[in-house]
Design a protein around this ligand. Sequence first.
Ligand code: ZN
Length: 187
Amino acid sequence: MSLLPVTLYGDKILRKKVDKISDVDNETIKLISNMFDTMRNANGIGLAANQVGANKSIFVVDVSKVEGYEETKPVVFINPLIEKYSDEKIIFEEGCLSIPDIHGEVERPESVVIKYYDTDLRVQTLEANKLFARVIQHEFDHLQGILFTDLVDEEMKKKFKKPLQKIKKRKIEVSYPVSETIDYQIL
Ligand code: ZN
């Protein structure tokens, strides 16, 4: 098991629109495996590549530990594109491994259809609902440089200001390995 440091709010790579990948080499397979280890070690249910400093269009999701989602298999999304959003939206509280100890309600479409490549670079299409759809949207946003704290209402944004500055200055305690500098980038 290999754990990678998780990038934190303030790290430049979290604000970058990551690059698509054209092949899945051994390095990428290793990265994906390490992303699953890193996510599970931190009790996360989704993780994007730029959250471990990698400039690659990849995210992983595993909601199988969540009640009601035991049958949902872990998925690796490569070069993903959300093709359809439902008109119906729901509000739900979100958190993020890159923004420890901060939670806020975000309104998002209830379901999505996402197209992506698997590790054999075959095109896949998946329809996701509720929590699964929410995690997918949250992680997809990461790959565009968007964080959930950008999507909360104005009142919440004000409330987040100070705690976010603390994270930026690393004046926090986190139970999993995190990046030490804001320029952390592995690939
Ligand atoms: Zn996140």
